[in-house]
Design a protein around this ligand. Sequence first.
Ligand code: NAD
Length: 493
Amino acid sequence: MSLGAGAGAVTEIRDICHLIGGQAVASAEGKTFETRDPHDNSVIGTVARGSAVDGERAVAAARKAFDEGPWPGMTPTERRKILHDVADAVDAHREELAMLETVDSGKIIRQALHGEMPRVAQNLRFFADYAAMATDEAYPNGPVLGYSLRPPAGVVSAISPWNAPLMLATWKAAPALAFGNTVVLKPAPQTPLTAARFGELATAAGLPEGVLNIVHGFGADEVAGPLTSDPRVDRITFTGSSATGARIMAAAAPHLTPVSAELGGKSANIVFDDADLDVAVPESIKAIFGGNGQVCFSGSRLFVQRGILPAFLERFTAEAEKIVVGDPKRHETFMGPLIEQRHLDKVQGYVDLAQKEGGTVLTGGSPVTTGELSRGFYYAPTVITGLTNDTRTAQEEIFGPVETVIPFDTEQEALRLANSSPYGLAGILFTTNLDRAHRMAAHWKAGTVWVNCYFERDLRMPFGGEGISGVGREGGPHSREFFTEPRAVVLRI
Ligand code: NAD
C-alpha cells in the first residue's frame, strides 16, 4: 500500500433543495442535514431534509405530470430526443459531476470521470434508444388478431444507495422515463450532490416539469415513507441493502405495488489451478479492492484451488500491498476513503470478528491515518486466511476492502461453497477449462457469472440477484417488462 498525495480541499458548501414539480424547494418543515467529504469529514453541502409531507408532494407532482402532462403521451421517439439532450448535458458537465461524486462519496476520480459519468449518459441513451426501437408481439390467428401494447406503468419511486450514486440513480430513472413514466427519485442521504445537479441539468435540457422529481433525506419515517406506501405510486425500483429491501416490500404490500429490488451480495470468486494467474490475480484484486469493496458485486469470498494457494496468495497479497490508498481526487489513487465513520467501524468490527473466528490477517486490518488522511475514513486493503465458509465473516456482507481466502479441492466442492450463502448476486470464475466454465455457470446461484473477467456489463442482459440479493431483473427487455403494463389486445376482424 502506498499513499496518494493530497489534492486540495473543496471549499464551496452547496445548498441542496428538493426538485418537485419543476421547482427547487426547501423542506416543508425547514429541516436540513449535512453531507460531508469522506476524505476529511468537511461539510460540503447543506441538504433539505425531507419529511413525509415532502414525499407526498413529490408523489403528487409525479402523479399530476403523469395524468395531465405530455410525457406519457409522447411517442418513444419524442422522449428519446429529450433524453438524448439530457445525456448530452451530462457529457458536457462530466468533469463537474465526476468531481461532485468524488467529494461526496470518496469514489476515485478516475472511476467517476472515465467509468460512472459516461455510464450515466449511456444509461439515458441506451434506454431512450431501446424504448424507441423495441418491437412487439402480434399473433394473427384466422379471423382473430392478437397484439400487445405496453403503456407506461405510471408513477415510479426510485430509491438508490450511496456506492455508485448517479450511475445507479439513472440506472433506475432512465428506463422509467424512457418507457413513459414519471419519477420520484430519492438518492442516499450520504451522497445527494450529483442527483441534485442532474435534476438541474435535466430540467434545463427540456424534461417537462414534474416528470423527474428528486427528494432528499432518510427512510420510512421521513421522506421515503410515501415513496413506498402511497397508493399513487405504481412501481418501486430499489437498490440497497437486503434488510431495507425487505422493509420496502412490506411497505408496498398493502397496495400490491410491484417492487424491483437489487440488493446485497457476498459473491464467490473461484480460482482453479488451471487459471491464467496473470489474469486471475489483477482481476481478483479489482473484484475486492476496486471501489473499496463497497460494490454489491464484490468477490468477497475468494476460493482458491489448494495446489496453487501458496503461489496465488503470495502474488495476491503483494498486489494488495502495492495498492495506492489516498485522496480520491488524485488520478494515481486506487482506493479512496470509505463512505463514513460508522461504516469504517462496521468494517473494523468484521476484521476483529474474523480473528475471533480463527482467521489470520495477512495484510491490512486497520484504518490508514497517515498524514493528510488522518481526518478521513481510510482503511487498508485487507486479506484474511484461516476461516471456513460458514463463519459470520464469510457469510455476512462487509461491504469493505476485506477479502477472505478459503482453499478448495474439487470443482464440486467449489460450487457447493459458492452456493452456500443466502446471497446470490454474482459469481466470478477463473479457469482455462471451457467445459468447466459452462458447467459451473449452469449451476451457480447467481444473477451474473463472469468467467475470466469482472464487471463487464451489457445493458441488454438481465441484471439482478437470487436469494436475498434481489427480486426481479432489470436491463433491456427486463426493464421494459417492469416499467410498463403489458396489455393483450384481441381483435376479431
Ligand atoms: P440502504 O439499504 O441503507 O439504503 C439505500 C437507500 O434506501 C437509501 O436511499 C436510503 O435512504 C433508503 N432507505 C433506507 N430505509 C428505507 C426505507 N425503510 N424505505 C425506503 N427507503 C429507505 O443501503 P446503502 O447502505 O445505501 O447501500 C449499500 C447496500 O446496497 C449494500 O447492501 C449493497 O450490496 C447494496 N447495493 C446493491 C446493488 C445491486 O445492484 N444489487 C448495487 C449497489 C448497492
